[in-house]
Design a protein around this ligand. Structure first.
Ligand code: CDP
Ligand code: MG
Length: 134
């Protein structure tokens, strides 16, 4: 199924100038970038975006981190885009990520893991709308 999903290149990767390299990995894996923008969100916006994690011990640090510097948000489109993006990203903890995944290649730690990707069709729709509402 042709799907759309939301990808975020997180502050640790934007600040290391990895945006073009990461975009290339997506396009080489048949995920087309339909829209994109570089933005710097507030902690309040990060808290809204990551609301699903509000009961987790890492929530406050996660929101501080996502709002700590510019991020690059993208709508990716392609066959099975949601699961394909998750596969290309690799496991949440870069230490556990498969070889050649973005998080294995570029992730620094479980919190500075370079990319976000929607985890379901429903969340993909919500997350795309969060950043790209018209
Ligand atoms: O990003 P992903 O969907 O793989 O993982 P998640 O479980 O939805 O967690 C969201 C984000 O929270 C992760 O990408 C990590 O950056 C962060 N996190 C963390 O800092 N410490 C943890 N123990 C788990 C997640
Ligand atoms: Mg997640």
């Amino acid at each position: 199924m042709i799907e759309k999903t939301l990808s975020i290149i997180k502050p640790d990767a934007v600040e290391r100038n990895l945006v073009d390299e990461i975009k290339k990995i997506f396009t080489e894996n048949n995920l087309n970038i339909k829209d994109s923008k570089k933005i710097h969100i507030s902690k309040e916006e990060a808290a809204e975006f990551y609301k699903v994690h509000q009961s987790k011990p890492f929530y406050d640090a996660l929101c501080s981190y996502l709002s700590s510097g510019p991020i690059f948000v993208m709508i990716l489109e392609g066959k099975n885009a949601i699961s394909e993006n998750r596969r290309i990203m690799g496991a949440t903890n870069p230490k556990d990520a498969d070889p050649n995944t973005i998080r294995k290649l570029y992730g620094i730690s479980i919190d500075k893991n370079s990319v976000h990707g929607s985890d379901s069709l429903d969340n993909a729709k919500k997350e795309i709308n969060f950043f790209f509402k018209n």
